[in-house]
Design a protein. Sequence first.
Lengths: 239, 590
Amino acid sequence: MKRREFLSSLAVLGVASTLPATGKAAEVSGGQPWEPGKIQTPPTPPRKGGLQFLTQHEFDTVGAIAERFIPADELSISGKEAGCATFIDRQLAGDYGRAATLYRRGRFIKGTHEQGPQSALTPAERYRQGLKALDAATRKRFGKAFVALSTEQQEQVLHAMEANDIDLGPDVDTKALFELLLQNVREGFLADPIYGGNKGMASWKMIGFPGARYDFRDLLSKKGQKLNIIPTSLIDNAL
Amino acid sequence: MKNVRPKADVAIVGLGWCGSLIAEELTRAGLNVVAIERGPWFETATDFPPSVDTDELRWDTRRGMLLPPAVETSTFRNNSNQKALPTRDWNLNEMGYNVGGSGTHWAGMAWRFTPFDLEPYTQTVKRYGEKQITDGLILQDWGVTYDELEPFYDRFEKIAGVSGKAGRLNGETIPDGNPFEGNRSSEYPLPPLEGMRLTDIFRDATKAMGYHPFMVPAGQASRAYVNPLGVRMGPCTYCGYCLYYGCGNFSKSSPNACVIPALMQRENFTVLTESAVVRVNKAADGKTATGVTYIDRNNQEWEQPADIVVLSAFQMQNVRLLLLSKIGQPYNPITKTGVVGRAYSFQTVSGANLFFEDENLNQFIGAGALSQQIDDFNGDNFDHSELGFIGGAGILVVARGARPIGNADLLPPGTPRWGKDWKKAYTHAFQNATFIFGQGTSYSHEDYYLDLDPEYTDDYGLPLLRVTFDYNENDRRSAKFIEEKSVAIGKAMGAKTVVGTNSASGHYSPYNLASDHTIGGAVMGTDPKTSVLNRYQQSWDMHNLFVLGASSFPNNAGYNPTGTIGALSLWTAKAIIEQYLKNPGPLVKV
């Protein structure tokens, strides 16, 4: 059984106690079961083009944010060019966006900082609500949606969000939204390209991460040296 | 209609390290054993081969191998005046959710505890007197000594294929080993892993400071190896994908690599997967267990009758099952009486973040336990007379593989977290930033405990476990001491910027992933008034119920718990086979 499928099924059914029947025996004895065709494979790369969760406007907004968080320079292409918005769209359409793995039973009561997030909203819902509130705030301050602001204005707004210094209305925790956006953009930039971001392994080339490599024994004697390893990704493994 | 399976000699709840080790012993002794595991069947070639392992987003960031909070979590508060709320997101309670349990995704540090760690009360009072024990601290001996456990540590290390170097061997001190460790009867089965640039810098700096650095015993096979169960392990390739990942090379010690392949050949062993045990069933007189009740993947309730019941789920799950089954007296924090849920604690972590100027640390090359450590400030290896606390920490560096997503905030103070300056700083930090980890002891306190939450439940409608916990004064003092030592070592290592870290400087939070080594709540000991289990991890209340795991620890050592969990499981197995089967009843008379 793939736990992803299991959890997705639960989210779709909305009945967390109904476990779907799977191909694998629940009772195992007399050796290790090994069923051809049941092996784990790398995730399927997202379909090119189209949007699975975000609207075009939300997608453009996320792209603009990704470009501010990770601007193009001599080190790499921008977060937008690297596909961070596509990555986020696909993540929000899946288990992550649905909060499939998180505890979602009420009551939802605001607690202490140490008790952590107590929101009833899923990440996908937080994007929908948060990006709308962001546009409302920039329209109020600059008369324009976030995506239509100048680079400097966008940076100014993001700095204010980071400092929790901009009011996004009673339903949006500004700092938490900022942290969600920053985390997801970084994920899109730094995760394996198989998820739709990190185009051409741009971030891995930038920081010098060799990616999906599984054997470094031939390099053990080169301690402390610059290795210049050409990275590889799961896309190569999936061929 | 009631669904009842055929009776087994032994029902085991949870097939991780504890469950698989004791199942191997008991099936070899001829008993008919049924293990019940909440997660799915899981094994190397099918579920975590190299072609899928190298995926930080899936396994690390999204915790693809762990028990989701959606399935089971706990509620948390810092003190009993607060309302506990559910820990909704991924947090430090990293429970397994597959055959192999947490032993599939652990980092692999395979330690023994010191003699002091198992006898902290006796040895503290002997050396310093009662005055050394801070107010409210729970300090008690385990009922088993290091010398008694030594043969079982030895056996565990040989089954797990641990790579390391002895420091104390048959009474002799061996250079480059840990001179503070308890005496060993044999050398590690495999030599230590190769050192890295990071571990070399730490070794040289601490040696120059007069300390005693050594390679941490690693559950990564440094050579090809065949263990005593006849299972083959492949040599570690230093890929760095250990913690949160399965090992596709059969190199990381795990139940899946080291025990289950042998266990599955036994005709008298069966595992029921995707089945959640919800309670231990009791005889009419309440004095023995009759088996367990579980819910299968089709939401059907089943009974598995058995003559012996072994709880070997995660520490918190063991405690919750005892409470749900109403076995043993729950701890009452007001009267300070009762035992189930008492003596819960965590691990007091402090250390330092280090930022070098011009290194190529190449931290993507490594292994989960590829570490150099000093034990000069661990346990009772130094004089605490004027310090006002007991315990300390193992101070280490670990070359455990790089995490492009996970390390993105490991930056010198004041560095922007986005924009061109972040890119530049992170590119530099990726080769130059690292940390010193002071993995500290923890002693439980009478104000902190586990019980059942009055409001929040799981999908079966059963109450979640409620955690009431914060660091105590002893923790805070030891953490500060270790932080200062770590900063001094960081400077001696030549880092340009050294920033002390101290998880116990504020309040505890399950979202501060300082360590994931939670312990206690169903502890072993010498007195039924202060322990749930006797020295053989046998319930004082029900002689045919045994509870294995870190839930047995009355206090935490400055080490990872797995080696001790494994040794205790083998110790209990031997007691069952050699004593209990001949004469079923309490193995310790009160």
